[in-house]
Design a protein around this ligand. Sequence first.
Ligand SMILES: Cc1cc2nc3c(=O)[nH]c(=O)nc-3n(C[C@H](O)[C@H](O)[C@H](O)COP(=O)(O)O)c2cc1C
Length: 417
Amino acid sequence: MERVKVTVAVTGGIAAYKAVEVVRQLQEAGFDPHVVMTRAAEEFVRPLTFAAITGHKVISSLWSEDAGASGGEMSGIEHINEAQTTAALIVVPATADILAKFANGIADDFLTTMYLATTAPVIMAPAMNVAMWQHPAVQFNLATLKARGVHVVEPGAGYLACGMVGGGRLAEEAEIVAAVAEALSNAAGTATATNDLAGETVLITAGGTREPIDPVRFIGNRSSGKMGYALAEEASRRGAKVVLVSAPSALPRPAACEFVGVTTAAEMREAVLAKLPSATMVIMAAAVSDYHVAEVAPQKIKRNGARTLQLEPTTDILKEIVAERAPGTMVIGFAAETENVLANGREKLKRKGVDALVVNDVAGTETGFDADRNAGTLLTPEHEMELPAGTKAAMAARILDQLVVLRSAPRERVTAR
Ligand SMILES: Cc1cc2nc3c(=O)[nH]c(=O)nc-3n(C[C@H](O)[C@H](O)[C@H](O)COP(=O)(O)O)c2cc1C
């Protein structure tokens, strides 16, 4: 069987020597790794090592003899060719520098240029000194990359080459290889660029609303916005015009979306109803508060014995949308449950009258609220489809796959994947 080509990019960290073992294990797992190195990486390991193990030339310069177009064809340009022919780009180790460059779209060498040119899944295994790892700039760049769908194999803690003990140690080689296999299986069937949402205007809500108690306090929830933002990214990638109505979230705004920032459930309702007439699909992934405080204190409440807050129900936005939507506008809800997940989901699907409901169990910490991964079930009045555990980007792709099918054959051909 032909081996799947993957690209291992080695950058200039002390853990560069561990990339040799990752390459070997990828071969054992049935892949055909090709190696790209940054200039700094060559200071740590010689390209010859990788060339000998892989049997392929190691690419490290944007300006090599093979860099130009052969026969005037785009695919003859080496970095474009590499970007388009690889099934995955695996950066191991990933330096603080490469995280910053990828996050900011800098393209000043072979690897950074290739990154911008590839649509293959990108897996990064960072490794660095603990203080570098904890630096807000590094963490911000990581958050940007994760929001963009990059798979990050988190470093572990332990003895570091710099003599310190702490976070920043490259993940185990086997863990990196497993992440590659998972990213490829998540991407299967969705990695190919499709335009299957062209012509659709998808209105998406995300994040957790906040209901004020006084000028400085609020009632909130643990939603991070990651699922809604992943859906927004994926829907625009597939050609939809996307309107993202977002409650507070620490995530960077997805590119190419119309963004409406809101805070409370009432503001979210107003924004969603204003955008509803132009929407052909509405996906309500936000965690909207069921209650708001009846009387918000005008000044900060002082500690003074026990206090009771009177709560009143907020308006059910989902129900209102179902009632007010134009004919043909699909409405998809999300249900975060902590018990009797499926039974509660089925009941909610019926009660809300939505076309589909994504139910997820938010009781755990591995998936659901604030986690990078999610799992769940997509319910329609006729079908139930399991959405296996994966990154939120992969889950977004699976959900949209199903909605495209549902759109083209309402109530008939939705199949389990
Ligand atoms: C001895 C030595 C060890 C280094 N180790 C790391 C490291 O583990 N992680 C990291 O992010 N940078 C490390 N650096 C800094 C990078 O090599 C430097 O930021 C370089 O510009 C990275 O280039 P690249 O990202 O293009 O490979 C190290 C530098 C030296 C001199």
